[in-house]
Design a protein around this ligand. Structure first.
Ligand code: 5GP
Ligand code: ZN
Length: 124
């Protein structure tokens, strides 16, 4: 596990348990945990267990694992309930930034899963 991690990276430290996090889900290649500054309740980050700054730096085996992991996070967060009308179903954003000009702050690939509870339910 030495080559795939960067000793100075905060997200690599979270994967190794050197920085505490609230784990949401984990697979052989991916790790999901709550964002420390959530912009919505349940805001989760899904990261590869491989230190790559940008999406194109990741080996395909990590890319192949991370979207199913993000899908599982939507199930864990109870976001996978589809209604007959799109406004009735649970709402969320999946976001992934590459580079400082693209608003990336932590240079280890991460997918944001951001719940968007409907205003009608009084959850925002
Ligand atoms: P970016 O702007 O790079 O796409 O998002 C980085 C995200 O990482 C931010 O939402 C920020 O709150 C989160 N973050 C930064 N440091 C930590 C940390 O130490 N622990 C956790 N759980 N989240 C972090
Ligand atoms: Zn890293």
């Amino acid at each position: 596990t030495t080559a795939v991690h960067d000793a100075t990276c905060i997200f690599c430290k979270i994967i190794k348990g050197e920085i505490p996090s609230f784990k949401v889900y984990e697979t052989s290649h991916s790790f999901a945990f709550l964002d420390i500054q959530p912009i919505a309740k349940g805001h989760t980050l899904v990261i590869p267990k491989y230190h790559g700054a940008k999406l194109h730096n990741l080996p395909d085996e990590y890319l192949a694992d991370i979207l199913p992991a993000a899908k599982k996070v939507t199930e864990i967060l109870n976001l996978n309930v589809d209604g007959a009308d799109i406004q009735e179903g649970s709402q969320y954003n999946i976001l992934q930034n590459n580079g400082t000009s693209a608003h990336q702050v932590v240079p280890h690939v991460h997918f944001h899963v951001i719940p968007k509870p409907s205003a009608e339910k009084g959850l925002v």
